[in-house]
Design a protein around this ligand. Structure first.
Ligand code: ADP
Ligand code: MG
Length: 616
């Protein structure tokens, strides 16, 4: 069924793979509408058989009964693809087998043979499909934008690249290389090519066996995530699939670290006995069903939980949770509500009392201490530790222990900033520790602050959350001299794709000669912080984004990227007044505990917690 460029590409690369190609190149013009070219170095087609290849129901592939059944229920008869493509396009097929000295060329237009002649060629096959659907305007109408067709094809290709890492793939669209792999057979290498080295190098292997089932692959640590599933790939027995149950298994496995709507990046390969899966579904939709869904769910979920549990972020999160359980299992007063898109929903509604100490180390507090009493606490802030995390044992982490600090605090009232105006913060001295952390105190509490995370949070909220509140405009700074940034190949398209998002965030910029980006105004919050390096850094991150995402997602992605790169770094020594200003800003805004990448920003110790810590 040839309904769009995507299905043409799929058929052609399947043929190339069938022909044993180790190198497959795809070129597109106008999203495949004007041209789809697939060249391979496979077995080739003998000169005399070229006309047969484009005849209906002609196949050189004799397959087993299973395959006939499969074809009947899915694609229709074998040997149909090339003939159906030839019927709705101008098709040129050139090919040479290794045994021939010359190859041949066959041209077909709208199904009619135009030419069949000898040609001097390298071994292999090239299919050129021009003006797809030129004679079927109805189907032409259903095609989407060039960008959308291209991105569908690039998504398809990325799954083939992962399923066949031993093949050297390349996809070129409008003379720009969208995707290329080395073909050295290394799955990890393909992921590096697909995700970029910044994320790629942080990937964690997924490796879990439950014979006869197994899961392998890689997943990103939680701080690298997307707002969609476009960087997640699922395979069953090396066939790309999409399946809600598998999605849910991964989502649930990372739920502890990532809120709904955020997706880790990764590739997951399930090896399952054939009787476990039902492939009796249209393969273009890549759907499968399972004989025992629950078992498959647990398999993948366990595999992913274990992998993610190994990441530094997870360990850090546990540590913070442990600390939080000891000191302040509450949200920062005035924290943004959970549905605020600017807040980091990774911060759970309450912290779980996971142990603060490494496995095997003795806990200084009495693990037999009475558990937290039930019932609503009268305190304005919820200090109750949560019941032990039920997932702790299943993720291979040490089992939770009550730290014996479960009594509700009734007398204590924290300085509770009202949401209407800045709270009375009243901070005394602020010290910088290790050029990376800030220590501040009021009469009531002590704060430990990660300076980078805090500043990032402030910038992100300033850029993004205020935008949500419709406070657009006004807060820009016009640059005395416009910043001119030379663009690398491909970046001009990025600027165009993200133009509306840049404008929404308060940039005024345009494409200049070269091509270059001319920045005339920047958001006031970023005044003095927008540099050439910053812009290039942001672009390199955006380059692996799908440009067809919604504007709202683009804005959020862009705001997060800008905030992270423009923020004060860890290791930067700050003058005392800046330390002070940073703490003041952080404490006075409706802010959540985490930076947009999910790390904690602030740890708070109240008088009550100090008392408990000192066992008073
Ligand atoms: P099928 O793949 O089901 O056999 P197709 O219509 O896709 O049917 O292809 C028809 C025939 O053309 C194939 O059986 C094969 O012999 C030949 N063919 C198509 N593409 C290639 C290729 N890239 N390399 C070698 N042979 C090819
Ligand atoms: Mg085929």
């Amino acid at each position: 069924m040839i309904d769009r460029p995507l299905s043409v590409v799929k058929e052609l690369i399947e043929n190339s793979l069938d022909a044993g190609a180790s190198q497959i190149e795809i070129s597109l013009a106008d999203g495949g509408r004007r041209l789809i070219r697939v060249s391979d170095n496979g077995a080739g087609i003998p000169f005399d058989e070229l006309p047969l290849a484009v005849k209906p129901h002609c196949t050189s592939k004799i397959r087993g009964l299973d395959d006939i059944y499969y074809s009947l229920t899915t694609l229709g008869f074998r040997g149909e693809a090339l003939s159906s493509i030839a019927a709705v396009s101008h098709l040129t097929l050139t090919s040479r087998t290794a045994a021939e000295e010359l190859g041949g060329r066959l041209e077909v237009s709208g199904g009619a043979l135009v030419r069949h002649e000898r040609d001097n060629l390298q071994p292999g096959t090239e299919l050129e499909v021009r003006d797809l659907f030129f004679n079927t305007p109805a189907r032409l109408k259903f095609l989407k934008s060039r960008q959308s067709e291209t991105s569908q094809i690039s998504t398809l290709l990325s799954s083939y690249a992962l399923a066949y890492p031993e093949v050297r793939w390349s996809l070129v669209s409008q003379d720009r290389t969208v995707l290329s792999t080395t073909g050295d057979g290394d799955l990890y290498g393909v992921l590096l090519d697909l995700l970029g080295s910044e994320v790629g190098e942080k990937l964690v292997p997924v490796d879990f066996e439950f014979p006869p089932q197994a899961v392998s692959g890689y997943i990103s640590p939680p701080q690298y995530h997307r707002h969609n599933r476009q960087r997640q790939w699922y395979f069953i027995n090396r066939r790309p699939v999409g399946n809600k149950l598998l999605y849910k298994a991964v989502d649930d496995a990372v739920r502890e670290f990532l809120s709904a709507g955020k997706f880790p990046l990764g590739a997951f390969f399930l090896e399952l006995p054939p009787e476990e899966i039902d492939v009796n579904v249209h393969p273009m939709k890549r759907e499968v069903s399972f004989a025992q869904p629950q078992g498959i769910y647990s398999l993948l979920r366990t595999a992913v939980s274990r992998a993610v549990g190994q990441t530094a972020a997870a360990r850090q999160r546990q540590l913070t949770r442990g600390l939080a359980a000891v000191i302040a299992p509450a949200k920062f007063p005035g924290a943004a509500p959970a549905d605020d898109p600017g807040s980091d929903p990774d911060t759970p509604p309450g912290f779980q009392a996971l142990p603060l100490y490494e496995e095997g180390q003795a806990l200084p507090l009495d693990p037999a201490a009475p558990p937290a009493p039930a019932g609503p606490p009268p305190a304005p802030i919820d200090f109750r530790p949560r019941p032990p995390a039920p997932t702790a044992a299943s993720t291979g982490q040490p089992v939770s222990v009550s730290l014996g600090i479960g009594q509700p605090v009734s007398q204590y009232t924290a300085p509770h900033p009202s949401e209407s105006g800045p709270p009375e913060v009243g901070i005394g001295m602020v010290s910088q520790i290790g050029d990376s952390f800030l220590l501040a105190a009021t009469n009531h509490e002590v704060y430990l602050i990660d300076q980078h995370a805090a500043h990032e949070r402030i910038l992100f909220e300033g850029l993004y959350a205020r935008l949500q509140a419709e406070q657009r405009g006004g807060m820009r700074q016009r640059l005395l001299f416009p910043l001119i940034i030379e663009l690398l190949p491909g970046q001009a398209e990025l600027v165009q794709a993200f133009g509306p998002a840049l404008t929404a965030l308060g940039f005024a910029c345009e494409l200049g000669a070269g091509p270059s980006l001319v920045v005339r105004e920047v958001p006031l919050l970023l005044a003095g912080r927008v540099t050439v390096e910053l812009v290039h850094g942001v672009f390199s991150e955006l380059a692996e984004q799908d440009t067809s995402t919604l504007l709202a997602d683009q804005i959020k992605e862009l705001a997060a990227s800008l905030a992270c790169r423009a923020a004060i770094k860890a290791g930067e020594r700050l003058p005392p007044d800046e330390c002070y200003a940073l703490v003041q800003q952080l404490l006075s805004r409706r802010s959540s505990l985490s930076c947009p990448h999910g790390r904690p920003t602030l740890i708070r110790l109240g008088v009550e917690e100090l008392r408990r810590m000192f066992l008073r």
